[in-house]
Design a protein around this ligand. Sequence first.
Ligand code: FMN
Length: 319
Amino acid sequence: MSADKLLNSLASRTMLAPMAGYTDFAFRSICRNYGVGLTVTEMVSAKALTMDSKLSRQMLHRADNDAPCMCQIFGHEPQVMAECVHIDEVAAYEGIDINMGCPVKKIVSNMDGSALLEHPKLASQCITAVKLAIKDKPLSVKFRLGVTDGANAADFARMCRDSGADFITVHFRTRKQMYSGNADFTLLPQIAAVGLPVFANGDVSDRRQYLSLLDNGAFGVAVGRGALGRPYVFAQLADMPYSMDLYSTVLRQGQLLSAVFGERVVANEMKKHVCAYLKGKRNSKPTVVAVNLAQSWQEIMQYVLQFTQDNPQYAWENK
Ligand SMILES: Cc1cc2nc3c(=O)[nH]c(=O)nc-3n(C[C@H](O)[C@H](O)[C@H](O)COP(=O)(O)O)c2cc1C
Protein backbone atom coordinates (compact mmCIF):
# COMPACT_ATOMS: atom_id res chain seq x y z
CA MET A 1 0.00 0.00 0.00
CA SER A 2 1.39 3.43 -0.92
CA ALA A 3 1.87 6.09 1.74
CA ASP A 4 -0.96 8.20 0.31
CA LYS A 5 -3.31 5.26 0.48
CA LEU A 6 -2.23 4.38 3.99
CA LEU A 7 -2.63 7.93 5.30
CA ASN A 8 -5.99 8.35 3.61
CA SER A 9 -7.26 5.09 5.06
CA LEU A 10 -6.60 5.93 8.71
CA ALA A 11 -9.58 5.68 11.06
CA SER A 12 -8.45 8.93 12.66
CA ARG A 13 -5.54 11.32 12.40
CA THR A 14 -3.93 9.87 15.47
CA MET A 15 -0.89 7.73 16.10
CA LEU A 16 0.17 5.78 19.15
CA ALA A 17 3.77 7.01 19.50
CA PRO A 18 6.29 4.20 19.90
CA MET A 19 7.39 3.61 23.50
CA ALA A 20 9.95 0.93 24.26
CA GLY A 21 8.69 -1.26 27.07
CA TYR A 22 5.07 -0.17 26.62
CA THR A 23 3.70 -0.20 23.08
CA ASP A 24 3.94 -3.93 22.54
CA PHE A 25 1.38 -5.77 20.41
CA ALA A 26 -1.02 -6.20 23.33
CA PHE A 27 -1.22 -2.51 24.23
CA ARG A 28 -1.44 -1.55 20.55
CA SER A 29 -4.34 -3.98 20.21
CA ILE A 30 -6.14 -2.34 23.14
CA CYS A 31 -5.63 1.13 21.59
CA ARG A 32 -7.17 -0.15 18.35
CA ASN A 33 -10.44 -0.63 20.21
CA TYR A 34 -10.52 3.13 20.75
CA GLY A 35 -9.95 4.17 17.15
CA VAL A 36 -6.23 4.94 17.00
CA GLY A 37 -5.35 5.66 13.37
CA LEU A 38 -1.77 4.41 13.15
CA THR A 39 0.43 2.45 15.51
CA VAL A 40 4.18 1.91 15.62
CA THR A 41 6.14 -0.94 17.17
CA GLU A 42 8.65 -0.41 19.94
CA MET A 43 12.04 0.39 18.43
CA VAL A 44 13.98 -2.65 17.28
CA SER A 45 17.64 -2.76 16.35
CA ALA A 46 18.24 -3.28 12.64
CA LYS A 47 21.57 -4.89 13.45
CA ALA A 48 20.08 -7.31 15.99
CA LEU A 49 17.40 -8.30 13.49
CA THR A 50 19.99 -9.11 10.84
CA MET A 51 21.85 -11.16 13.43
CA ASP A 52 18.71 -13.19 13.95
CA SER A 53 18.04 -12.01 17.51
CA LYS A 54 15.13 -14.05 18.86
CA LEU A 55 14.20 -11.28 21.27
CA SER A 56 13.98 -8.65 18.52
CA ARG A 57 11.84 -10.92 16.38
CA GLN A 58 9.61 -11.64 19.35
CA MET A 59 9.16 -7.90 19.86
CA LEU A 60 7.58 -7.78 16.43
CA HIS A 61 4.70 -10.07 17.27
CA ARG A 62 1.39 -8.65 16.04
CA ALA A 63 -2.25 -8.78 17.06
CA ASP A 64 -4.90 -9.48 14.43
CA ASN A 65 -6.66 -6.15 14.85
CA ASP A 66 -3.52 -3.99 14.75
CA ALA A 67 -3.27 -2.46 11.28
CA PRO A 68 -1.95 -0.31 9.84
CA CYS A 69 1.19 -0.42 11.92
CA MET A 70 4.69 0.83 11.21
CA CYS A 71 7.73 -1.18 12.27
CA GLN A 72 10.25 1.14 13.92
CA ILE A 73 13.89 0.30 13.35
CA PHE A 74 16.99 1.99 14.65
CA GLY A 75 20.54 1.84 13.39
CA HIS A 76 23.08 3.86 11.41
CA GLU A 77 24.41 1.47 8.78
CA PRO A 78 22.42 1.99 5.57
CA GLN A 79 23.04 -1.54 4.27
CA VAL A 80 22.10 -3.21 7.53
CA MET A 81 18.92 -1.16 7.74
CA ALA A 82 18.05 -1.99 4.16
CA GLU A 83 18.72 -5.67 4.83
CA CYS A 84 16.54 -5.93 7.92
CA VAL A 85 13.37 -4.82 6.14
CA HIS A 86 13.31 -8.10 4.20
CA ILE A 87 13.08 -10.21 7.35
CA ASP A 88 9.60 -11.78 7.49
CA GLU A 89 8.59 -10.25 10.83
CA VAL A 90 9.55 -6.76 9.60
CA ALA A 91 8.12 -7.18 6.10
CA ALA A 92 4.76 -8.11 7.63
CA TYR A 93 4.22 -4.50 8.72
CA GLU A 94 2.50 -1.92 6.53
CA GLY A 95 5.49 0.41 6.63
CA ILE A 96 8.86 1.22 8.17
CA ASP A 97 9.62 4.03 10.58
CA ILE A 98 13.23 5.03 11.27
CA ASN A 99 14.08 6.24 14.76
CA MET A 100 16.17 9.42 14.61
CA GLY A 101 14.99 10.84 17.90
CA CYS A 102 15.98 8.52 20.74
CA PRO A 103 18.07 10.57 23.25
CA VAL A 104 19.22 7.65 25.42
CA LYS A 105 23.01 7.76 25.93
CA LYS A 106 23.62 4.11 25.01
CA ILE A 107 21.79 4.60 21.71
CA VAL A 108 23.31 8.00 20.86
CA SER A 109 26.88 6.87 21.63
CA ASN A 110 26.40 4.08 19.11
CA MET A 111 25.49 6.67 16.41
CA ASP A 112 21.84 5.56 16.46
CA GLY A 113 18.61 7.42 17.25
CA SER A 114 19.07 11.16 17.72
CA ALA A 115 22.82 10.92 16.94
CA LEU A 116 21.68 11.06 13.32
CA LEU A 117 20.35 14.60 13.87
CA GLU A 118 24.00 15.64 13.90
CA HIS A 119 24.85 13.59 10.84
CA PRO A 120 22.25 14.46 8.22
CA LYS A 121 24.31 12.94 5.38
CA LEU A 122 24.41 9.56 7.07
CA ALA A 123 20.74 9.95 8.04
CA SER A 124 19.94 10.62 4.39
CA GLN A 125 21.85 7.51 3.30
CA CYS A 126 19.90 5.39 5.79
CA ILE A 127 16.56 6.74 4.55
CA THR A 128 17.47 6.29 0.90
CA ALA A 129 18.72 2.74 1.44
CA VAL A 130 15.57 1.70 3.29
CA LYS A 131 13.30 3.37 0.71
CA LEU A 132 15.08 1.54 -2.10
CA ALA A 133 14.59 -1.72 -0.24
CA ILE A 134 10.88 -1.27 0.55
CA LYS A 135 9.93 0.44 -2.72
CA ASP A 136 6.29 1.62 -2.59
CA LYS A 137 5.79 0.71 1.05
CA PRO A 138 5.43 3.77 3.30
CA LEU A 139 8.55 5.07 5.00
CA SER A 140 8.48 7.53 7.87
CA VAL A 141 11.12 9.10 10.06
CA LYS A 142 10.64 10.09 13.69
CA PHE A 143 12.94 12.81 14.98
CA ARG A 144 13.26 15.57 17.56
CA LEU A 145 13.56 19.32 16.90
CA GLY A 146 17.33 19.14 17.20
CA VAL A 147 20.10 18.57 19.69
CA THR A 148 19.82 21.85 21.65
CA ASP A 149 17.39 23.93 19.56
CA GLY A 150 15.17 23.73 16.51
CA ALA A 151 17.33 25.77 14.13
CA ASN A 152 17.87 22.82 11.78
CA ALA A 153 14.50 21.12 12.18
CA ALA A 154 13.02 22.28 8.85
CA ASP A 155 16.26 21.41 7.06
CA PHE A 156 16.15 17.95 8.60
CA ALA A 157 12.55 17.53 7.43
CA ARG A 158 13.61 18.64 3.93
CA MET A 159 16.44 16.11 3.99
CA CYS A 160 13.92 13.38 4.97
CA ARG A 161 11.68 14.39 2.05
CA ASP A 162 14.53 14.50 -0.47
CA SER A 163 15.89 11.15 0.70
CA GLY A 164 12.60 9.30 0.20
CA ALA A 165 10.57 9.56 3.40
CA ASP A 166 6.80 9.71 2.90
CA PHE A 167 5.89 11.31 6.20
CA ILE A 168 7.49 12.35 9.48
CA THR A 169 6.70 12.28 13.17
CA VAL A 170 8.30 15.15 15.04
CA HIS A 171 8.70 15.19 18.80
CA PHE A 172 8.73 18.92 19.48
CA ARG A 173 11.42 18.73 22.13
CA THR A 174 15.18 18.83 21.72
CA ARG A 175 17.48 15.97 22.61
CA LYS A 176 18.86 18.06 25.48
CA GLN A 177 15.37 18.35 26.96
CA MET A 178 14.98 14.57 27.06
CA TYR A 179 11.38 14.37 28.39
CA SER A 180 11.42 17.48 30.59
CA GLY A 181 9.91 20.89 29.92
CA ASN A 182 7.06 21.42 27.52
CA ALA A 183 6.95 20.51 23.88
CA ASP A 184 7.18 23.71 21.81
CA PHE A 185 5.17 23.64 18.60
CA THR A 186 6.25 27.09 17.33
CA LEU A 187 8.13 25.54 14.42
CA LEU A 188 5.27 23.31 13.29
CA PRO A 189 4.10 25.56 10.39
CA GLN A 190 7.67 25.87 9.12
CA ILE A 191 8.23 22.10 9.26
CA ALA A 192 4.83 21.36 7.69
CA ALA A 193 5.67 23.79 4.85
CA VAL A 194 8.35 21.31 3.72
CA GLY A 195 5.48 19.34 2.24
CA LEU A 196 5.64 16.01 4.08
CA PRO A 197 2.64 15.05 6.24
CA VAL A 198 3.67 15.68 9.85
CA PHE A 199 2.47 13.85 12.95
CA ALA A 200 3.04 16.36 15.74
CA ASN A 201 4.16 14.82 19.01
CA GLY A 202 4.75 15.94 22.56
CA ASP A 203 2.38 16.17 25.55
CA VAL A 204 -0.79 15.84 23.46
CA SER A 205 -3.66 14.53 25.56
CA ASP A 206 -6.84 16.44 24.71
CA ARG A 207 -8.98 17.39 21.75
CA ARG A 208 -8.26 21.11 22.08
CA GLN A 209 -4.52 20.50 21.52
CA TYR A 210 -5.30 18.04 18.74
CA LEU A 211 -7.45 20.55 16.84
CA SER A 212 -4.95 23.34 17.37
CA LEU A 213 -2.09 21.23 15.97
CA LEU A 214 -4.16 20.25 12.93
CA ASP A 215 -4.97 23.95 12.44
CA ASN A 216 -1.28 24.72 12.50
CA GLY A 217 -0.37 22.36 9.70
CA ALA A 218 -0.06 18.93 11.30
CA PHE A 219 -1.51 16.01 9.36
CA GLY A 220 -2.11 14.21 12.63
CA VAL A 221 -0.89 13.89 16.19
CA ALA A 222 1.14 11.18 17.90
CA VAL A 223 0.35 10.43 21.53
CA GLY A 224 2.78 8.63 23.78
CA ARG A 225 2.52 8.90 27.55
CA GLY A 226 -0.97 10.35 27.30
CA ALA A 227 -2.20 6.96 26.11
CA LEU A 228 -0.70 4.94 28.96
CA GLY A 229 -3.55 3.79 31.16
CA ARG A 230 -5.85 5.86 28.95
CA PRO A 231 -6.10 4.03 25.61
CA TYR A 232 -9.45 5.76 25.11
CA VAL A 233 -7.56 9.04 24.59
CA PHE A 234 -7.78 8.30 20.86
CA ALA A 235 -11.59 8.27 21.03
CA GLN A 236 -11.48 11.50 23.03
CA LEU A 237 -9.26 13.18 20.42
CA ALA A 238 -11.60 12.09 17.62
CA ASP A 239 -14.64 13.06 19.71
CA MET A 240 -16.06 9.55 19.56
CA PRO A 241 -18.06 7.82 22.29
CA TYR A 242 -16.18 5.15 24.21
CA SER A 243 -16.34 2.96 27.24
CA MET A 244 -13.58 1.09 29.02
CA ASP A 245 -14.16 -1.60 31.61
CA LEU A 246 -10.94 -1.45 33.61
CA TYR A 247 -10.89 -5.10 34.73
CA SER A 248 -11.73 -6.58 31.32
CA THR A 249 -9.24 -4.31 29.57
CA VAL A 250 -6.38 -5.28 31.84
CA LEU A 251 -7.41 -8.94 31.62
CA ARG A 252 -7.52 -8.83 27.81
CA GLN A 253 -4.13 -7.14 27.58
CA GLY A 254 -2.55 -9.75 29.83
CA GLN A 255 -4.24 -12.60 28.00
CA LEU A 256 -2.84 -11.37 24.71
CA LEU A 257 0.67 -11.28 26.18
CA SER A 258 0.20 -14.73 27.76
CA ALA A 259 -0.29 -16.26 24.33
CA VAL A 260 3.29 -15.34 23.45
CA PHE A 261 5.29 -14.82 26.62
CA GLY A 262 5.85 -16.77 29.82
CA GLU A 263 4.33 -15.96 33.20
CA ARG A 264 7.24 -13.85 34.50
CA VAL A 265 7.39 -11.61 31.43
CA VAL A 266 3.61 -11.13 31.45
CA ALA A 267 3.58 -10.18 35.13
CA ASN A 268 6.47 -7.73 34.70
CA GLU A 269 4.99 -6.11 31.60
CA MET A 270 1.53 -5.83 33.12
CA LYS A 271 2.82 -4.32 36.39
CA LYS A 272 3.89 -1.21 34.43
CA HIS A 273 0.58 -1.00 32.61
CA VAL A 274 -1.60 -1.63 35.66
CA CYS A 275 0.23 1.19 37.48
CA ALA A 276 -0.53 3.44 34.49
CA TYR A 277 -4.22 2.40 34.54
CA LEU A 278 -4.38 3.23 38.26
CA LYS A 279 -2.43 6.49 38.04
CA GLY A 280 -4.31 9.47 39.44
CA LYS A 281 -7.14 7.34 40.86
CA ARG A 282 -7.96 8.01 44.48
CA ASN A 283 -7.35 5.09 46.88
CA SER A 284 -5.14 3.30 44.36
CA LYS A 285 -1.85 3.53 46.27
CA PRO A 286 -2.18 0.28 48.27
CA THR A 287 -3.17 -1.55 45.08
CA VAL A 288 -0.15 -0.13 43.22
CA VAL A 289 2.14 -1.30 46.02
CA ALA A 290 0.54 -4.77 46.05
CA VAL A 291 0.70 -5.08 42.26
CA ASN A 292 4.38 -4.22 42.25
CA LEU A 293 5.07 -6.93 44.82
CA ALA A 294 2.89 -9.53 43.09
CA GLN A 295 4.46 -12.83 42.10
CA SER A 296 2.15 -13.72 39.26
CA TRP A 297 -0.21 -12.37 36.66
CA GLN A 298 -3.16 -14.02 38.40
CA GLU A 299 -2.29 -12.26 41.63
CA ILE A 300 -2.18 -8.90 39.81
CA MET A 301 -5.66 -9.55 38.42
CA GLN A 302 -6.98 -10.28 41.91
CA TYR A 303 -5.77 -6.87 43.08
CA VAL A 304 -7.32 -5.15 40.04
CA LEU A 305 -10.63 -6.93 40.69
CA GLN A 306 -10.57 -5.94 44.35
CA PHE A 307 -9.81 -2.32 43.42
CA THR A 308 -12.73 -2.09 40.99
CA GLN A 309 -15.06 -3.70 43.56
CA ASP A 310 -13.95 -1.31 46.30
CA ASN A 311 -13.99 1.71 43.97
CA PRO A 312 -16.88 1.16 41.55
CA GLN A 313 -16.58 4.76 40.34
CA TYR A 314 -13.39 3.65 38.57
CA ALA A 315 -14.65 0.35 37.17
CA TRP A 316 -15.73 2.07 33.94
CA GLU A 317 -14.52 5.08 31.99
CA ASN A 318 -16.90 6.29 29.35
CA LYS A 319 -18.42 9.11 27.40
C1 FMN B 1 9.11 4.99 28.10
C2 FMN B 1 9.27 5.61 26.75
C3 FMN B 1 9.79 4.86 25.72
C4 FMN B 1 9.97 5.45 24.45
N1 FMN B 1 10.41 4.68 23.42
C5 FMN B 1 10.50 5.21 22.17
C6 FMN B 1 10.84 4.40 21.05
O1 FMN B 1 11.07 3.18 21.17
N2 FMN B 1 10.92 5.00 19.84
C7 FMN B 1 10.66 6.34 19.66
O2 FMN B 1 10.74 6.84 18.54
N3 FMN B 1 10.30 7.11 20.70
C8 FMN B 1 10.19 6.58 21.92
N4 FMN B 1 9.76 7.35 22.96
C9 FMN B 1 9.35 8.75 22.71
C10 FMN B 1 7.83 8.83 22.42
O3 FMN B 1 7.51 8.19 21.22
C11 FMN B 1 7.38 10.29 22.31
O4 FMN B 1 8.10 10.91 21.28
C12 FMN B 1 7.61 11.06 23.61
O5 FMN B 1 7.23 10.34 24.74
C13 FMN B 1 6.83 12.41 23.57
O6 FMN B 1 5.46 12.18 23.39
P1 FMN B 1 4.41 12.21 24.62
O7 FMN B 1 4.63 13.53 25.33
O8 FMN B 1 3.07 12.10 23.96
O9 FMN B 1 4.76 11.06 25.51
C14 FMN B 1 9.61 6.81 24.23
C15 FMN B 1 9.09 7.55 25.29
C16 FMN B 1 8.92 6.98 26.53
C17 FMN B 1 8.33 7.81 27.66
